[in-house]
Structure formats: structure tokens, C-alpha cells
Design a protein around this ligand. Structure first.
Ligand SMILES: NC(=O)c1ccc[n+]([C@@H]2O[C@H](COP(=O)([O-])OP(=O)(O)OC[C@H]3O[C@@H](n4cnc5c(N)ncnc54)[C@H](OP(=O)(O)O)[C@@H]3O)[C@@H](O)[C@H]2O)c1
Length: 311
């Protein structure tokens, strides 16, 4: 999908409506594209989780605002949206459907299964075969599609990856892939051993784990996946519910007259060509700021300084 010339070069404004730093959006999305199996996606994607209500439960306070963010993302050329039916639950998928269905050809929606929600807003695992089949069915219904482009098996718990075999759960998704319901598979919140195990069972096209400037436990895994042509999709690229904070980050951002978010996203794009971005936002202004910011060029000196961040 082409970026419209008219919107691309207009100044953007912050959420309060006051003139911001008058940046213009880059001519094309920063980072170019990546191929997930047989699907080409923009490396700059969009994470839909923040579109649900507080605590990722229930509907957003601003329904029309959430639809506007999704439509703007696609209008600006993003072809990769990350979601899960557990967001809300069902909320973000239903918003995606309302905003964007029928989906334009180049758009690919990536979802995940393997966790559900409880009444307290927790994320208990749901990886029995019957739970996975139901989750896939609910994704199809709420997104309004016959097939899912890419399904990540979400492992571990809210604290992070938990070791253990994924074979039974992964086999269930493989069966659905053989039936034509799922095009491509990936894993999420996974240990390196679980990624390796998945790769012995079937080709995977992506790994979605927590990773950002201050949380770099997957460095080795990223390099290994890059060599194998598998995408690494960091969740919480901006720190998630706790925004990234560090004096080194603030210093580099100040020197470049950029925001810490811009530096964090530009650093991820520079870190490895197989990294795809899915920053989340419920704000059109932030979406545009993030696209502009990710186009920032970081020097070797900037990278050295960013390596001083506590992690
Ligand atoms: N696989 C998993 O287990 C898992 C877990 C968590 C998330 N995810 C995926 O990863 C995606 C990204 O994670 P995330 O959205 O939680 O975290 P994130 O992208 O690290 O950060 C999102 C937060 O940053 C704020 N933000 C974004 N742009 C900003 C800007 N320019 N200025 C100021 N604040 C800004 C957002 O607030 P505003 O809304 O106010 O902009 C939001 O609170 C999710 O959407 C989801 O798809 C996957």
C-alpha cells in the first residue's frame, strides 16, 4: 500500500492539538521490508494490544480513536499488525475488523494463542489442544477471516519464558496449519531451547519475545535467527507498561534532539535486519512520532553510549 503524498508531508500535532516539533514523516517506512514465509511485511509494524481498555481488559475509552489509529497505520503503509484474541478479550480483534475489514491485500495480521484471561485480568496459560483450537476459532471469527496469516504459540507466563517442552501444543497448531487454517507459525515468550525444539518440528517464521534497549537477554538468539532467516519481533520495544528510562538514553536522545522512544526504535532497527517493530500506541500522534523517530540514524558513538544502559 502506498503512502499518500498529501498526508506524508504534513506536519503532525501532539495529542493536545498544539504544534509539535513539525517533523515530517519519512518518504517510506523506516527499515524497509522483511519476508515472513511467503508474506512481505514492513519491518515497521503496529502492536494492537494498547487499543483495549485499561489493563488490556474491555473496550477502549475512545472507540473511534482506536479505529482511527488502526486506519492511520494502514494509510501510512504499515502492512504488519500484531494482535491476540486475549486482548480485551476479543476487543482488539473486533476493532481491527471494524476498522480494516475487508483487509487490503498487502496487510498481514499476526496473532497469538496460548494464554487466556481471568476475571482479575491475569493471563493464565491455555495450551491444551481444545483450548488452542478454540482460540484459533475465536481469532478467525473476531477478525472475520478464513485463515490466519501467522500464529505465534505464546508460552511461559506473565513473568517471562518458562522452560518445558512445547511439542504437544505446537503439534496442535501444526495440524491446523495442515488443514489450511493457519499459514505460518511462530513462538512467543519462548526460551532458546523452546525455539530450537519448535524448529525441529516445523519451519517457524518468527519469534516474539520481550527485548528492548534495557532488556537484551536474547542477543545470541537474535543473531542465530538472523542467520536462519527467521524474524525476531520484540514485544515491549518501548518498555511496555513501564516506559524505558535511563540517563544514557536521555543523553543520547537530547544530543540528537530526538525522543527516547525514537532512539529506542531506531536502535532496534539497527540492531539486526531480522528485527521487526510492533510498538503499541492508542494515539495517532504517537504513531506518527514513532514512524518519524525510527528513521533516526545512530552513530557508532551513540551505540557505545547506549551500551552503558543498565540491563
Ligand atoms: N507475546 C507477548 O507475550 C506480548 C506481550 C506484550 C505485548 N505484546 C505485543 O507487543 C506490542 C508492543 O508492546 P506494548 O504496546 O505493550 O509496549 P510498547 O510498544 O513498548 O509501549 C507502548 C506504550 O508506549 C506508549 N507510547 C508509544 N509511543 C509513544 C510515544 N511516541 N510517546 C509517548 N508514549 C508512547 C504507549 O502509550 P500511548 O497509547 O499513550 O501512545 C504505550 O503505553 C503489543 O501491542 C502487543 O501486540 C506481545
Amino acid at each position: 500500500m502506498m503512502v499518500r503524498e498529501a498526508t506524508r508531508h504534513q506536519p503532525w500535532y501532539d495529542t493536545k492539538g498544539t504544534a509539535s516539533t513539525m517533523s515530517t514523516l519519512p518518504a517510506s517506512l523506516p527499515g524497509g521490508t522483511w519476508t515472513l514465509g511467503d508474506m512481505t511485511v514492513t519491518r515497521f509494524g503496529f502492536g494492537a494490544m494498547q487499543l483495549a481498555g485499561p489493563g488490556v481488559m474491555g473496550p477502549p475509552a475512545d472507540h473511534d480513536g482506536a479505529l482511527a489509529v488502526l486506519r492511520e497505520a494502514v494509510e501510512l503503509g504499515i502492512t504488519h499488525i500484531d494482535t491476540a484474541d486475549a486482548y480485551g478479550p476479543h476487543t482488539t480483534n473486533q476493532l481491527i475488523r471494524e476498522a480494516l475489514h475487508p483487509y487490503p491485500d498487502p496487510l498481514h495480521i499476526v496473532t497469538k494463542v496460548g494464554a487466556t484471561r481471568d476475571e482479575q485480568g491475569g493471563w493464565p496459560p491455555a495450551r491444551r489442544p481444545d483450548q488452542l483450537r478454540r482460540a484459533v476459532r475465536e481469532n478467525l471469527e473476531n477478525l472475520g477471516t478464513d485463515t490466519l496469516d501467522l500464529v505465534n504459540l505464546r508460552l511461559g507466563d506473565a513473568q517471562g519464558p518458562v522452560p518445558g517442552s512445547l511439542a504437544e501444543a505446537f503439534e496442535t497448531l501444526l495440524e491446523l496449519q495442515r488443514q489450511g487454517v493457519i499459514r505460518h507459525l511462530g513462538v512467543s515468550n519462548a526460551t532458546p531451547e523452546q525455539v530450537a525444539e519448535a524448529r525441529t518440528l516445523a519451519p517457524i517464521v518468527s519469534v516474539q519475545n520481550m527485548y528492548n534497549l534495557a532488556h537484551r537477554h536474547d542477543d545470541e538468539l537474535i543473531d542465530e535467527l538472523a542467520e536462519a532467516g527467521i524474524a525476531y519481533v520484540p514485544f515491549f520495544p518501548l518498555g511496555g507498561f513501564t516506559p524505558l528510562q535511563s540517563s544514557a538514553l536521555t543523553a543520547v536522545a537530547a544530543r540528537l534532539e530526538a525522543t527516547p522512544m525514537a532512539v529506542a526504535l531506531a536502535w532496534l532497527l539497527r540492531r539486526s535486519p531480522n528485527i521487526l517493530l510492533i510498538p503499541g500506541t492508542s494515539s495517532v500522534a504517537h504513531l506518527r512520532q514513532n514512524i518519524t523517530g525510527a528513521a533516526l540514524t545512530l552513530s557508532d558513538d551513540d551505540l557505545t553510549e547506549l551500551d552503558k544502559i543498565d540491563r
